[in-house]
Design a protein. Structure first.
Length: 391
């Protein structure tokens, strides 16, 4: 990226030099003498400032506008050729376009207004007011307008991308919040039922009340653990509730994940599936199990859309102590535009969901060929409930 910027600035410097040299030749040809020197020097200063704009765009724009305004006044009172000339106008266009593209709204508007003032200020130095709008003024205004458009278009596109990305993140937060809400409601309902049972046990067999209280404590701890993960997430009351795979428990065993892979295989691709056994997955928190399903689902969807030449896919779910790793990889050949296509808004939603649970997500090309999506999730040790709580 830095090399490209240096190359672009080098090319821009060559253009500046060519325009300044051409206009100096035109002034020397029409005005004679050394009249070309002032325009060339002032234009060169503005162009150098434009080439240094990346260090501080706001100060560079202010300095360039100040030099241009001074050149306009000097040309007016010293009877010099009209300013700003083409070289200076091009340098100002780069400064204005960069400011509109990157600076805060108020600062960008101020720079754009200053550029327009300098462009119209060329009327003070015009020598042909009687014949309509001077050509120098028309040139400066047109170059200023082109700079504003060139800076405003990418700024609006970036704002739209940010809005869409934020919408995706919010939708994923709401989806996760609904699932966790259902999980917590399930635990709280169990606590209420166990509390009612504990009252009966306390009357009939006071010695067994301790076991009932232990069951309530364990269920309450599970509910609190799930509730902590929903902090910061909001639920939209206007949206209908969406059921997570496997109901409140998230991934109800491995059947639904196997069905998902089976539907993908029906499209003609071979899938190698590596999963833990049923007993291990039964201890996963529901929100973690649901996230595993979502990562695999979104990854397979991306392969269908953006990797039509993939012949085989590997889906791996492995647990190492308290860390769960989910990886979906394909073997499709790498294309020139693949990285851009595979980095869409689906990855934003997956990353938002994984990070909400304290995990990480990495997506990118594999060595040689293919694409990989790898998510790591923390899996807290589940507190085993007494036998009575499972009945």
């Amino acid at each position: 990226m830095r090399v490209r910027r240096w190359a672009a600035d080098a090319g821009l410097g060559v253009i500046f030099a060519a325009v300044l040299a051409f206009w100096a030749y035109r002034i020397a040809d029409s005005w004679g003498g050394g009249y070309w020197g002032f325009d060339c020097a002032a234009g060169a200063v503005v162009c150098v400032i434009a080439l240094a704009r990346r260090f501080d765009p706001a100060r560079a724009a202010a300095a360039g506008l100040a030099v241009a305004a001074t050149a306009v006044l000097a040309a007016r009172f010293a009877d010099l050729p009209s300013e700003p000339g083409p070289g200076m106008a091009l340098g100002l266009a780069v400064l204005v376009g960069t400011a509109v593209r990157a600076l805060p709204v108020v600062t960008a508007c101020g720079v754009a207004a200053g550029g327009l003032a300098v462009a119209t200020g060329s009327l003070l130095t015009a020598h042909t007011l009687a014949s309509g709008v001077p050509s120098v003024t028309a040139m400066n205004v047109l170059v200023w307008a082109a700079a504003v458009v060139a800076g405003l278009c990418p700024r609006l596109l970036d704002a739209r991308r940010r809005a869409v990305a934020e919408g995706v993140r919010r939708a994923e937060r709401l989806r996760l919040a609904r699932e966790l809400h259902d999980v917590v409601a399930h635990h709280v309902t169990g606590i209420v039922v166990q509390a009612q049972a504990a009252r009966l046990v306390a009357h009939k067999s006071p010695g067994k009340a301790g076991d009932a209280l232990a069951e309530i404590e364990a269920a309450g701890s599970d509910a609190l653990a799930a509730m902590r993960r929903v902090v910061g997430l909001l639920r939209d009351p206007d949206e209908p509730a969406a059921r997570a795979p496997g109901g409140p428990g998230g991934l109800g065993g491995l059947d639904e994940l196997g069905e998902l892979v089976g539907r993908f295989e029906a499209g003609g691709r071979a899938v190698r599936l590596r999963l833990p056994d049923e007993e291990e997955t039964a201890t996963w928190p529901p929100e973690v199990a649901g996230t595993v399903y979502r990562v695999v689902q979104e990854s397979l969807t991306n392969i269908s859309r953006h990797a039509p030449h993939a012949r085989s896919v590997t889906v791996s779910v492995e647990r190492d102590r308290e860390t769960l790793t989910v990886e979906v990889a394909d073997d499709s050949p790498r294309g020139p535009s693949r990285h851009h296509q595979r980095g869409g808004y689906g990855l934003i939603g997956m990353r938002e969901r994984v990070e909400a649970l304290g995990g990480t997500l990495r997506a990118g090309p594999r060595p040689g060929a293919g694409w990989s999506v790898r998510a790591t999730l923390p899996v807290p040790r589940s507190k085993a409930l007494p036998e009575r709580a499972r009945r």
